[in-house]
Design a protein around this ligand. Structure first.
Ligand SMILES: [Fe+2]
Ligand SMILES: [Fe+2]
Length: 234
């Protein structure tokens, strides 16, 4: 009985091996097995020096982006006030203040790394408040979905911790800005601008922006809310 069992078992193993060595199933199985290895070898790993250089230029680009955003939102604030949209003017002023903090953080990191601070004049166009809000939503979306994820990856590759902190502070705050601008545009379209928040609180460390009484500590940088900047007038 024992021999019979062994023979049957051997026959089953042989039939499985034969099946595995013939037909398309085997090829596709091997192809699947090879995929992860092929993927790894296809991915270009940036050399440390190259990654460092990329992070330094990322910091310069982020600084220019944040400086431009701050100046642009300040101009959009004035335009909203001219259109009689006071609560939207307050929002633009609050976010302009937050973007200034992002720019200052990037600047501090560049100084620490010995990178040249770009000198430039911000360029932007002021349109109607509805268009300005859409432009702001598009700008925040670009930073959230494209720019900062790429910069964070570069900073990780080059092990530039200060750049990682500064980029991370900014991207987390941009997510809140996008929501605030989206709500403001909806309010403008629904004729309910007067119901929008009338006071904002900005964290001086990371630019975190609250449209209601903030918690004891900033939800991003843990800074005491006693140090927050309150914006409730233009
Ligand atoms: Fe920002
Ligand atoms: Fe922002």
């Amino acid at each position: 009985m024992k021999n019979l069992f062994s023979l049957s078992a051997l026959a089953i193993i042989l039939s499985i091996l034969t099946a595995c060595n013939t037909g398309n199933g085997n090829n596709s199985k091997n192809a699947k097995l090879q995929t992860p290895a092929a993927k790894v070898s296809d991915e270009k790993q940036m050399a440390p020096e190259e990654a460092k250089e990329k992070t330094m230029s990322d910091l310069q680009e982020a600084f220019k982006g944040e400086t431009t955003a701050s100046a642009k939102y300040a101009a959009y604030s004035k335009k909203a006030e001219e259109e009689g949209l006071h609560n939207i003017a307050l929002l633009f002023k609050a976010v302009s203040t937050a973007e200034k903090m992002h720019a200052n953080n990037h600047k501090s990191v560049m100084t620490e790394y010995g990178v040249a601070i770009p000198e430039f004049t911000p360029e932007f166009t002021v349109k109607s408040t509805a268009e300005n809000l859409q432009d702001a939503i598009d700008g925040e979306s670009y930073e959230i979905d494209t720019m900062y994820p790429e910069f964070l990856k570069d900073a990780g590759n080059s092990k530039s911790q200060l750049a990682q902190i500064s980029f991370n502070y900014a991207v987390e705050v941009e997510k809140k800005h996008k929501v605030m601008y989206t709500n403001a545009l909806a309010a403008l379209n629904n004729n309910s601008v007067q119901e929008l928040p009338k006071a904002y609180y900005i964290c001086p460390t990371c630019g975190n922006t609250y449209d209601q009484t903030p918690p004891e500590r900033c939800g991003i940088s843990m800074t005491s809310s006693e140090r927050f900047i309150k914006i409730n007038s233009l």
